[in-house]
Design a protein around this ligand. Sequence first.
Ligand code: LLP
Length: 441
Amino acid sequence: MKTANQSIKPITTKINDNGNLEIGGCDLVELADKFGTPLYVFDEATIRSMTSSYKDAFKNYPNMKMMFAAKAFMTKAICKIMQQEGFGLDLCSGGEIYTAKTSGFDMSKTLFNGNNKSYDDLLLALESGIGTISVDNFFELALLNSIAKSKNQTVRILLRITPGIECHTHEYIQTGHLDSKFGFDLTQIDNAVELIIDEYKNLNLVGLHAHIGSQIFEKKVYFDEVDVIFKEIKRIWDKYSIVLHEINLGGGLGIKYTDKDMPISVYDIADTIIESIKIHSEKYGLDEPTVFIEPGRSIVGTSGITLYTAGSSKQVPNGRKYQAVDGGMSDNARPSLYQAEYTVQIANKPDSVADQKITIAGKHCESGDILAKDIILPEINEGDIICFYTTGAYGYSMSSNYNRVLKPAAVLVNNGKSDIIISRQSYEQLCESDVIPDSLN
Ligand code: LLP
């Protein structure tokens, strides 16, 4: 069955009677007018369609724990949606823990990841009642145990391992191959387990965790990942008589940014994972474990779009046509960071014939601030509203104030309603952390 991550546009996208693009029952030109641009727009129906697809696809596997990877898009409103959908949260910083906690999220359904959690991060995690911590390395084992001991607490932990699986995605977002900054190498697991048994009495080891990468289009890597994890669980059982009954397979399911992308459906991933678990449980004589997954991009990526207003343009004599917009690499770092490509439409004339080769440039002071290179679009005029699809994941979450450009607002649309979920940053907020020392006054 097809799932929303396989489409470029949010599921409610249409052209309305005004001839404009509409999402969630809201006219995008009116949204731009009301809230200003750049503007992130999130379609609630698409987010919920993805969470529903995940729940449905795994419904025959009872011990399933879905955790939304908050790094893809984290705000208090998203925490509320995830709570309503019965999802937990995969958190990876003190800031994400704080956001979840202050949104009123049930912290027992959270998991804390990261390769360099600090003393303060871990303390906050414990004080916030985090559900499980995925411990990444020896340094963290010792640190976490000492904090837990000082608080007279026992912490549920997973060990993050590097499964040695390479998937075909951008080098920066591959994480499961052996030469990686994340997790214990397979040869280090026994040492970690022995330390937990002998010394770290405040750590309760319940399972193993791996994450093989992001924007993945292949099923087989998930099958293999389960295989690697089961082999380790079996070995640990044979050697130490410890039953590890929880496994975390990470996230990674890809989405469709352009017609060149062919992501698979949530059902494909679910069937592959469940099949691999059944095969390997039987093969190794182990009970079927509790399984965590941590999808981020596939839950929110397709739901989000960014609206810009067209400004200046430049025709290089015998060269490119540049059209500048009022945002750029500060609201979407992905094109400059990963050469990511996007699908673009003009919200106020989506039906016009696309017959021009245009490069959409951001407003930042560097030549690399290009949002889309040499794409085919209708003629753009100043004031046109330009819609970039699939910016819902890792757009806002990687945004910056480069050039002291303000961070855009985000609205959640549904059934004709549009609610602000992130207010547009103000100049006062921009400067609120700045301090002029007395010596400079
Ligand atoms: N779990 C762990 C441990 C992760 O490191 C990640 C993503 C996820 C889950 C969620 O993966 P997803 O389902 O979103 O693929 N900034 C990059 C993506 C970096 C992904 C980092 N880790 C981008 O914009 O493409």
